[in-house]
Design a protein around this ligand. Structure first.
Ligand code: MEV
Length: 317
């Protein structure tokens, strides 16, 4: 007799408070989960429906080979796959890592394979390599373990993933707003490759970017701990200006960011960014977050407030 089983897993998105791109070169990044989740459900089905053009099918083609290789499986029993997302896809909030981590966990649970967060993180990193070429591993690590993460790739097989033992103080947390500047034309792989090429051509420029970003990330950790608003604004501004030097913050994003700075706030691109047009989500901070919402509205851009540093990967049922 056929008994139907169903597994549901959710994973949050992530936001780089600072350290994107530098983290690919082994420098630290401070990354927080965001309370916008991707949910993946797998249910047993003798005749699963499969739309070849669907997102589900795209991701299935990446994840199944990873699972088959890891578990030495020839076949996976048929199943129905459903993905729903509160996260805007491809805007720097870690949608690919969240989807991969949730899907891998659901599939392992469906196959009744014992898993832990380290295994899921390793397998999600394999998926990230297929999506992004040379990822640092910060996105998947933050999404899987959750909270506020200090991440540093020390070597290919040594990654420091440190969960910060305090959360972002409420005094600061309430003042962050995310503005969606739109889906970038370039993807993470394009942007990481662009920065690598810049490093090959102008190592001095990129090394100065790396050194300064590392200094700022360390200062940011202290500023968050001390709930030091002035410092937060200074560091986000400086971090953004530094990202602009390596060409990952387009003029389009810079125009929005300058407006926020002009009224006493700070904003930065998050994740890979783009050299032209929309850069995905901007992390914005202002002592009165309503003024950021007004800027977003007057530019007809979507914005959202969300909790930062929430629980990571979670089995829902
Ligand atoms: C992408 O979210 C962040 C980058 O630093 C790439 C990576 O860490 O793999 C641009």
């Amino acid at each position: 007799m056929f008994t139907k089983t169903k597994v549901t897993v959710s994973a949050p998105g992530k936001i780089h408070l600072l350290g994107e791109h530098a983290v690919v070169f082994g420098r630290p990044a401070l990354v927080a989960t965001v309370n916008l989740r991707i949910t993946v459900s797998i249910s047993s089905s003798l005749h699963p429906k499969l739309d070849p053009k669907s997102l589900e099918n795209e991701i299935r083609k990446v994840i199944e080979p990873i699972i088959k290789k890891a578990l030495k499986l020839k076949k996976i029993p048929p199943y129905e796959l459903a993905i729903t997302s509160q996260l805007p896809i491809g805007t720097g909030l870690g949608s690919s890592a969240a989807m991969s981590a949730a899907y891998i966990t659901a599939l392992l649970s469906f196959l009744k394979v014992k898993w832990d967060l380290n295994l899921i993180n390793e397998l999600a990193f394999e998926a990230e390599k297929i999506f992004h070429g040379n990822p640092s591993g910060a996105d998947n690590s933050t999404i899987v373990f959750g909270g506020l993460i200090w991440y540093r790739k020390e070597a290919n097989d040594l990654k420091l993933i440190q969960q910060i033992p305090f959360s972002i103080p409420q005094k600061l947390a309430k003042n962050f707003v995310l503005i969606n500047s739109g889906k970038p034309k370039q993807n993470t792989k394009d942007m990481v490759t662009m920065v690598r090429n810049l490093y090959d051509k102008k190592p001095g420029l990129v090394n100065r970017f790396l050194d300064y970003q590392e200094k700022l990330v360390k200062e940011l950790l202290q500023a968050v701990k001390n709930a030091d608003e002035e410092e937060i604004i200074r560091i986000i501004k400086e971090g953004e200006k530094n990202l602009e030097k390596i060409g990952v913050a387009s003029k389009f994003a810079q125009r929005i960011i300058r407006k926020i700075e002009a009224i006493g706030g700070a904003a930065k691109i998050c994740g890979a960014g783009a050299s032209d047009g929309p850069t995905g989500v901007l992390l914005c901070y202002h002592p009165n977050p309503l003024v950021i919402q007004n800027i977003a509205q007057s530019s007809s851009l979507e914005y959202f407030k969300t909790n930062l540093g929430v629980e990571g990967l979670r089995k829902e049922s």
